[in-house]
Design a protein around this ligand. Structure first.
Ligand SMILES: Cc1cc2nc3c(=O)[nH]c(=O)nc-3n(C[C@H](O)[C@H](O)[C@H](O)COP(=O)(O)OP(=O)(O)OC[C@H]3O[C@@H](n4cnc5c(N)ncnc54)[C@H](O)[C@@H]3O)c2cc1C
Length: 278
């Protein structure tokens, strides 16, 4: 089969790409490695009037550390991650995960930006939320005594707290039954999310799929702790002067980010529905 006709755009700068995408709205689509998008177009599971190829924009292909964060450019090929000394030496979870993706042909073209943006629940990156969550909790439990606090910046302490309740310590003092209650709740939510993900079309609902996958990863991360230890380890402790935000962990970040994405998705769908009706 051949794809439906589309206009191909090859912007030379990020600004140009953003302008093109804003002007084409729903009919414009980013093309990076093309490993998922092109087969979709070919078998006509999707069609877009405009493809904006970001592959020739300089400066989008990098792996570096900056300001305490690992930064990976949108056009960084998966093969580049596989070969990176920085990734191998300091981020072994990525070094271990990337070679498991497909085969060298796909990894030579496919980008991390495309993989994440694609939002395929079967992709490997969302599962990394679970692994990262478990790794960070394990690292904290091995290096910190219970209630120990070490400041790492003006607004952030790393600590080690055992939370037998839900977020913000809800039901933490309930006497033990809450462990099984939250496990049953996580199981029910997990099954509901899996069911929901199965009903989503292959393309067009990527934002919603990523949000659901993040919640699923976070729920599994915390449920695992409850099942094994009877509590969740919280260690990120933000504060502003004497005002403290309840401690949380990577799984909570996944759940919260996913929940925010779901709310945004619902608001956008609602507005679209109203616009279509009116
Ligand atoms: C045979 C095969 C096997 C695979 N096996 C695995 C596997 O085992 N594990 C795994 O994780 N993945 C797997 N993949 C997916 C692959 O790793 C790529 O991540 C995926 O194809 C998307 O990356 P891409 O750069 O090719 O994106 P494209 O195909 O170019 O784009 C995919 C989608 O993301 C959007 N997009 C791309 N870049 C951006 C951006 N910078 N900003 C916003 N939106 C963007 C596009 O508009 C499109 O909707 C496989 C793919 C193939 C073809």
């Amino acid at each position: 089969m051949i794809p439906a006709a589309f206009d191909y755009h090859r912007p030379g700068t990020l600004d140009e790409a953003v302008k093109l995408l804003s002007s084409y709205g729903d009919q414009g689509k980013v093309l990076s490695g093309g490993m998922s998008l092109l087969p979709m177009l070919k078998i006509r599971l999707a069609s877009f009037a405009h493809l904006v190829d970001i592959g020739r924009i300089p400066g989008l292909d990098y792996i570096k550390e900056e300001g305490g964060f690992l930064r990976i450019g949108a056009m960084t090929r998966q093969a580049a991650l596989e070969r990176s000394d920085l990734i191998r030496s300091k981020y072994p979870i990525l070094a271990d995960a990337v070679p498991l993706i497909a085969d060298p042909l796909v990894r030579n073209r496919g980008t991390i930006g495309g993989n994440v943006a694609n939002g395929d629940p079967a992709n490997d990156e969302p599962a990394i939320v679970i692994a990262l969550d478990q790794f960070t909790k394990w690292a904290v439990a091995g290096r910190f005594q219970l209630y120990e606090i070490r400041p790492v910046g003006p607004f952030l302490d790393i600590t080690r707290l055992h939370n037998e309740g839900a977020a913000f310590g809800l039901l933490a003092e309930a006497g033990g039954w809450q462990r099984w209650f939250f496990l049953a709740l996580a199981g029910a939510i997990g099954l509901a999310i899996l069911g929901w993900l199965r009903t989503l079309p292959a393309r067009g609902q990527e934002w919603l799929a990523i949000g659901l996958a993040l919640i699923l990863g976070g729920a599994i991360g915390n449920a695992w702790d409850r099942f094994i230890d009877g509590h969740v380890v919280d260690y990120l402790h933000f504060h502003w002067g004497e005002h403290f935000f309840p401690a949380f962990n990577v799984a909570d970040i996944g759940i919260t980010t996913g929940a925010i994405m779901l709310v945004i998705d619902a608001l956008i769908s609602h507005r679209r529905g109203k616009a279509a009706a009116g």
